[in-house]
Write a new protein. Structure first.
Length: 136
C-alpha cells in the first residue's frame, strides 16, 4: 500500500501521540506530517481541544504544551468545510471524522476506534490503525 496523501487522524491517535512521543501513533503522525496532508474540520479540531483541556492530562503534559500542539496542528493542517454531512457510523460522535474524510477527499482515516475500524473500507477510503499505516 502506498503512503496515503490526504489523511484524517482520529482524536485518540493525536492524544496518544502527544502523551507518548515515542509511540507508534507519534511515528505515524510524523510520517503524515512529512508526506501527506493532514485534514481537520472545525468540529474535529474542537473535539481535540476539548479533550486536551481535561485536567486528567495535567500530569502527563503541561497545558502550555497541549495548547502549542493544537496551534501547531492548526498551522500545518488543511481545514475542510463540511458541505455533505454523514450519518453512517454506529457511534454518531464519529461521523465528524467520516465527514472530514469525505468532504476533504481523504485517502484514509487513522484511528483506534472500533466503530470506525469496523467500516473499513468506507466509500473507498481506507480506515486503518497506526499498525496498518504504510511503512516507509
Amino acid at each position: 500500500m502506498d503512503i496515503l496523501s490526504r489523511v484524517v487522524v482520529d482524536t485518540n491517535i493525536l492524544v496518544s501521540q502527544l502523551i507518548l512521543p515515542e509511540s507508534l501513533p507519534a511515528k505515524v503522525l510524523a510520517q503524515i506530517e512529512k508526506r501527506s496532508v493532514l485534514l481537520f474540520s472545525e468540529s474535529t479540531m474542537d473535539e481535540l481541544a476539548d479533550v486536551l483541556s481535561r485536567p486528567k492530562f495535567d500530569r502527563y503534559v503541561s497545558r502550555e504544551a497541549r495548547k502549542g500542539f493544537i496551534q501547531r496542528l492548526g498551522r500545518i493542517a488543511e481545514f475542510v468545510p463540511i458541505i455533505q454531512t454523514v450519518h453512517e457510523c454506529r457511534d454518531p460522535k464519529d461521523d465528524k471524522f467520516l465527514e472530514v474524510a469525505w468532504n476533504g477527499q481523504a485517502d484514509g482515516i487513522i484511528t483506534g476506534d472500533s466503530d470506525l475500524l469496523g467500516m473499513h473500507p468506507w466509500r473507498g477510503i481506507e480506515i486503518l490503525t497506526p499498525t496498518k499505516y504504510p511503512k516507509i
